[in-house]
Design a protein around this ligand. Structure first.
Ligand SMILES: Cc1cc2nc3c(=O)[nH]c(=O)nc-3n(C[C@H](O)[C@H](O)[C@H](O)COP(=O)(O)OP(=O)(O)OC[C@H]3O[C@@H](n4cnc5c(N)ncnc54)[C@H](O)[C@@H]3O)c2cc1C
Length: 428
C-alpha cells in the first residue's frame, strides 16, 4: 500500500472511456472523490454508443466475452446483460466460411488447387526464426494459409506486411483455429456466446459506472499538460470554455494514448496507432445478413469487419430498415464508395437500398505492434514510472491490444497495487 494515499486525495483521471470510468467507479466505491477530464463532448471513448435512425450504434461490434469471472460478475451486477449466441462469418473469395478460420473447412470449400496448397503448406511447415509475425504464422500454419489469409488480412489491418509486425501480435491474437483449438470452447478468439446489455448499446455498461462516480466528470475538457515537481505530478492543465485551467492534484490516472501522455511529459514515444474509419449505412431492408458481424478476408476489400446492430437488440420493434457499420482499416479517402463497392461485390447490399450514410474516424483504433514496438513501450513505461503518483490504465494508455473486460481488470489491479487488496471490491 502506498503510504502517501489518503481519503482526502485530489484524484485526476484523464479520459472518460471504459478505463477512466472503471477507475472512477472503483475509486468511488473505495470512498474517494475523483475528477474526470474528457476531451470529447461525451463519455465512452471507443466503447460509446449513439442513436442513429432509432437504432443504438456502437463503434463497430462491441461484445463482452471474458474468462474473468470477477469482471463478468461485476459488470452483471452493474447492468442487466443478455447472453447472445455468436453468429459470425468470414467472407473470402466470394464464399462465406466459419469464423474463426478452420483450415479443414478451407480445404473442403475451396477449389482443389487452393486446398492442395493449404495442405501441402501445412505438411511442409518451415522452421523459421520467429522474429516477426510472418515467421510465427508460417511455422504454425504453413505457406498456403499464410498466403491465403494471414498476409492479406494483416496488411489490410495494419497497412504493412506481416514481416514488419512483431511476433507478439501473433502470440496474443492469432485468429485461426488449429485442429486442437476447435475443441476449446471459450477464449478471446474462440467464443461461442457473448454478453451484451439487455437495454441500450454497449455504453450502458459505462453509463452504470458513471452513475456510481463520486465527484466531477468534466466534458469538453481536453488535458493540455501536466505540472511536475520532485518526481510527482502536481497539477493537470486543461482547457475549458476557451480558457486554460489548472487542477492541483495528489494523484493522476491516465487512460489517454501513451503517445499523448509522453508528449505532455516532453518525450516523443515512437508507438503507432491504426486509424480506423467507421462507415454506418442505413439500409432500406429489415435485415441484410443473419450474422451479428462478418469479417472480410480479401486483401483488396477495404472493410475489415461489418456489424448489423439489430442482432444485438432483439427487443427492438419490427422496422423496415437496418443499420450496418463497416470498419475500414485500409487507408482510403472515399470510404463510403469503397464500402458500397465491396458490399455490391458480395451481393449484400445494392446502392439503391442505402437511405443514409455516416462516417466516423477514430485516430487511435488499434495499437499497432510494429516490430520493435516493445522497446518503445518500455521507453514509455520508464518515462511514466519516473512519477510516483502517475498510473496508466487501459488499451491505448498501456499500449496493449486489450478489450473492456481487461481494461476493467487492469483498473482494479492498479488500484490494488496502490491502496491494497481490501480497498478494491469489484462489486457495486
Ligand atoms: C473497432 C473496435 C472494436 C472493439 N470491440 C470490442 C469488443 O467487442 N469488446 C470489448 O470488450 N472491447 C472491444 N474493443 C476495445 C474497447 O473499445 C477498448 O478496450 C476500450 O474502449 C478502451 O477504453 P479506454 O478507456 O482505455 O480508452 P478510450 O476508449 O480510448 O478512452 C480514452 C478517452 O480519453 C479521451 N482523451 C484522449 N485524449 C485526451 C485528453 N488530452 N484530455 C482528455 N481526454 C482525452 C478520449 O476522448 C477517450 O474518451 C474494440 C475496440 C475497437 C476500436
Amino acid at each position: 500500500m502506498d503510504s502517501t494515499a489518503t481519503d482526502a486525495e485530489h484524484i485526476a483521471i484523464l479520459g472518460a472511456g471504459a478505463s477512466g470510468l472503471a477507475l472512477g467507479w472503483l475509486l468511488s466505491q473505495a470512498g474517494k472523490r475523483v475528477t474526470l477530464f474528457e476531451a470529447a463532448p461525451h463519455i465512452g471513448g471507443l466503447a460509446r454508443t449513439f442513436d442513429w435512425h432509432g437504432i443504438p450504434c456502437d463503434i463497430a461490434p462491441h461484445r463482452l466475452h471474458t474468462g474473468d469471472m470477477e469482471v463478468l460478475d461485476a459488470v452483471r451486477s452493474l447492468v442487466p446483460l443478455r447472453e447472445h449466441e455468436r453468429r459470425s462469418r468470414i467472407l473470402m473469395r466470394g464464399r462465406q466460411i466459419r469464423d474463426p478460420i478452420n483450415p479443414i473447412e478451407l480445404v473442403l470449400r475451396f477449389p482443389p488447387r487452393t486446398g492442395f496448397a493449404l495442405v501441402w503448406g501445412f505438411l511442409n511447415r518451415p522452421k523459421l526464426p520467429e522474429t516477426s509475425f510472418e515467421g510465427l504464422a508460417l511455422n504454425r500454419y504453413g505457406r498456403g494459409l499464410y498466403d491465403f489469409f494471414f498476409a492479406p488480412y494483416t496488411k489490410k489491418m495494419f497497412g504493412v506486411s506481416p514481416a514488419e509486425i512483431s511476433v507478439t501480435w501473433g502470440r496474443e491474437k492469432l485468429r485461426a483455429s488449429g485442429l486442437l483449438d476447435t475443441l476449446k470452447r471459450q477464449s478471446k478468439t474462440f467464443f461461442h456466446s457473448f454478453w451484451y446489455p439487455a437495454q441500450g448499446g454497449y455504453q450502458a455498461i459505462l453509463d452504470a459506472m458513471l452513475a456510481r462516480v463520486r465527484g466531477e466528470v468534466l466534458l469538453n475538457a481536453p488535458v493540455t499538460g501536466l505540472e511536475t515537481a520532485d518526481g510527482r505530478i502536481t497539477a493537470v492543465r486543461y482547457r475549458r470554455d476557451g480558457t486554460e485551467q489548472r487542477f492541483a492534484c495528489d494523484r493522476v490516472f491516465s487512460t489517454i494514448p501513451a503517445t499523448g501522455l509522453g508528449r505532455m511529459l516532453g518525450e516523443e514515444i515512437p508507438l503507432r496507432f491504426k486509424r480506423i474509419q467507421l462507415v454506418y449505412l442505413d439500409i432500406a431492408r429489415p435485415e441484410v445478413m443473419p450474422y451479428q458481424w462478418v469479417y472480410f478476408g480479401d486483401g483488396d476489400v477495404v472493410i475489415n469487419r461489418m456489424a448489423e446492430f439489430q442482432h444485438f437488440h432483439p427487443d427492438l420493434p419490427p422496422r423496415d430498415h437496418s443499420v450496418l457499420c463497416a470498419e475500414v482499416t485500409m487507408d482510403t479517402d472515399r470510404p463510403v464508395a469503397d464500402v458500397l463497392e465491396a458490399l455490391e461485390r458480395y451481393g449484400l447490399v445494392s446502392r439503391e437500398e442505402v437511405r443514409d450514410t455516416l462516417v466516423l474516424t477514430e485516430d487511435c483504433g488499434y495499437p499497432v505492434y510494429d516490430k520493435g514496438f516493445e522497446a518503445a513501450r518500455e521507453q514509455a513505461q520508464a518515462l511514466f514510472g519516473r512519477f510516483d503518483n502517475l498510473h496508466c490504465v487501459g488499451r491505448n494508455a498501456e499500449f496493449r491490444h486489450i478489450e473492456t473486460d481487461e481494461d476493467i481488470a487492469s483498473a482494479a489491479a492498479c488500484l490494488r497495487r496502490i491502496y491494497g487488496d481490501a480497498s478494491v471490491v469489484l462489486r457495486p
